[in-house]
Every structure is written in structure tokens, then in C-alpha cells.
Design a protein around this ligand. Structure first.
Ligand SMILES: [Zn+2]
Length: 298
């Protein structure tokens, strides 16, 4: 069964082989949707969880999902395939490489401008209120969020990740999980993503039948932080704060005392010229450190 990292490796290989190349043949017998035209160039190959997307410069996007059985192979022209021809669900041929999707249960295309209306890859995440929704899928969408620098508080509202979480629930969920609202989503581990999603689903489902919204029954009023700025946090006793966040400047209530999980790196002192050159990410600082050391040595 291909895991996300397998798909990411496949996507990396496909990217190297295909991006910028001209399509000389495209075949997909059971394709749902329009075909990219011959002569179109491959513009982008990306993986999200087990989804793989190939974008062509004529605006067509090919989406495959591997489920348990599918895999992408790359062959040189004339090279013998490792699986049978009838198992091929999509074939993209360029002068240098042939990419073949074998046994992929989902092979579909759509035009890029339709993307937001597409039911599956159109990015509306599973509905948390529906008990049949796959919460692991939501957690995966959060974990593989395409812009890792986005704050977790903003990513939680993104309906492409999951539907159902509004402003009240995102504040309450972040408090319940003890996560810092400004944590970049790229720094939030998979376990915390799942915790956030499961907590959100439990809160939403518990409130389906009632008009009074209760997410923290132990707190008078039923909400832990939402609307409680200036009051004492029920968990740590610190003062609940209110901030405006994101493009929409939506109100964010949170407790700085106990929402410290995945806390973002401290803001750099931009007046210090050395600090300005050092990337806040540990790997980045290490790299800059190496550069400085090598420069000093020479
Ligand atoms: Zn607190």
C-alpha cells in the first residue's frame, strides 16, 4: 500500500522526468474528463497524501489516487514495462520518458478554472459533522497543507482541509489541544493534526442537536476561550487574550499560558545584521553557520 512518502518520492521522480517536457501521446482508456492536448507541456507534478496531480500548460489537471493497488512507473522509450499493458490506466509519453499509472482506481481530469467546483479534488474537505467522514483524511490534508508557513489557526478554517470548522470552533479546538494559534502548519506533527481534527469533529457532533454551543462543559458558559478575553483561563489561570488574525481579521481568542504546543520560533531581532542572515529554522541556521565558518577558514 503506497504511503504518502512513497507518493512524494514518485512525484519527485515524475517531476524530474516530465516537467517542462512536451506531451507526444496521452492515453487513458477509462478517463473521466477532458484529455490534455498533444503538444502541451507538463507544468507541475505534485502530491497531496496519496493524491498525485499533474498539471499541463493547456489548463488540464490530471488527478490520480492510488488507493491500495496503484503505482506510477517511469520508462525510457522502448524499455520493457514491469506490469501488463492492460493494467495501465494512464500513459503520458514525452520524447525522453513514458510515465504509466498502473491500476490506479481514480484517474480523472478537469480544467484548472473548474478546480474549486470539483467534488473531490475540488478541494472541499470531508464534512466533520458527517459520522461517515474519514478523519484521517482530514488530518492528512492538514499535515500535507500546501503552504506550510500558514498559521494553524488559518489552516483550520480552510474548507479544503475539512468542512464545518468556523471561528468559534477553531478557537476552542486550539485551546482544547493546547496548540499555539500562530504555529506554522508545517511545524505541526501528524499526531497533533489528528488530535485537532478528532477534537473538532467531537465538538461539532456533540452540538449537532442543540442550539447552545458547548465545547468546554466545565467552564461557565460552555466555551473555554471564545468571547472570554480578559477572563481567567480555566486550565492554567492565565488571562485569555483576543487578537485579530489573517486577511479577514477574524477574532481569535486564545490563552498564551497553556497554548504553547508547536509554538513558533521567537521573532528575530531585525536590527542585528547577523540575525537577519540566519534562517529561523534550525537547518537554515546550520547552513548559514557552515557558510560563515567556511568563509572564516578561507
Ligand atoms: Zn490557559
Amino acid at each position: 500500500m503506497p504511503e504518502g512518502d512513497t507518493i512524494h518520492r514518485a512525484a519527485a521522480a515524475m517531476r524530474t522526468a516530465l516537467v517542462g517536457r512536451t506531451v507526444t501521446r496521452f492515453e487513458a482508456a477509462r478517463l473521466v474528463g477532458p484529455s490534455p492536448r498533444i503538444g502541451a507541456a507538463v507544468e507541475r507534478v505534485s502530491a497531496h497524501g496519496k493524491h498525485l496531480e499533474i498539471a499541463f500548460d493547456d489548463g488540464i489537471i490530471l488527478h490520480t489516487h492510488m488507493r491500495m493497488t496503484g503505482s506510477w512507473h517511469l520508462y525510457r522509450p522502448g524499455e520493457k514495462w514491469r506490469k501488463r499493458r492492460h493494467q495501465a490506466r494512464a500513459i503520458i509519453e514525452t520524447a525522453e520518458w513514458i510515465a504509466v499509472a498502473f491500476n490506479a482506481p481514480i484517474v480523472e481530469t478537469w480544467r484548472e478554472f473548474d478546480q474549486n467546483r470539483h467534488p473531490r479534488s475540488g478541494r472541499l474537505g470531508p464534512d466533520l459533522c458527517d459520522p461517515a467522514s474519514d478523519l484521517h483524511e482530514c488530518a492528512a490534508r492538514l499535515f500535507h497543507y500546501d503552504r506550510g508557513e500558514t498559521t494553524i489557526a488559518e489552516a483550520l478554517l480552510d474548507q479544503r482541509v475539512m468542512s464545518g470548522v468556523g471561528n468559534v470552533y477553531r478557537c476552542e479546538v486550539l485551546w482544547a489541544c493546547g496548540i499555539h494559534p500562530w504555529a506554522p502548519v508545517g511545524n505541526v506533527p501528524q499526531s497533533a493534526c489528528l488530535d485537532l481534527v478528532v477534537t473538532a469533529a467531537n465538538m461539532l457532533r456533540a452540538n449537532l442537536g442543540s442550539t447552545a454551543r458547548v465545547t468546554a462543559p466545565e467552564v461557565p458558559g460552555g466555551l473555554a476561550v471564545y468571547g472570554r478575553n480578559g477572563q481567567k483561563c480555566a486550565r492554567c489561570g492565565d488571562v485569555v487574550k483576543l487578537a485579530k488574525m489573517g486577511e479577514m481579521a477574524r477574532l481569535l481568542y486564545w490563552c498564551p499560558g497553556c497554548q504553547t504546543g508547536c509554538e513558533p520560533y521567537p521573532v528575530r531581532d531585525v536590527t542585528d545584521p547577523l540575525a537577519r542572515t540566519i534562517d529561523p529554522h534550525p537547518a537554515g541556521s546550520r547552513w548559514v553557520g557552515d557558510v560563515l565558518r567556511n568563509r572564516d577558514a578561507s
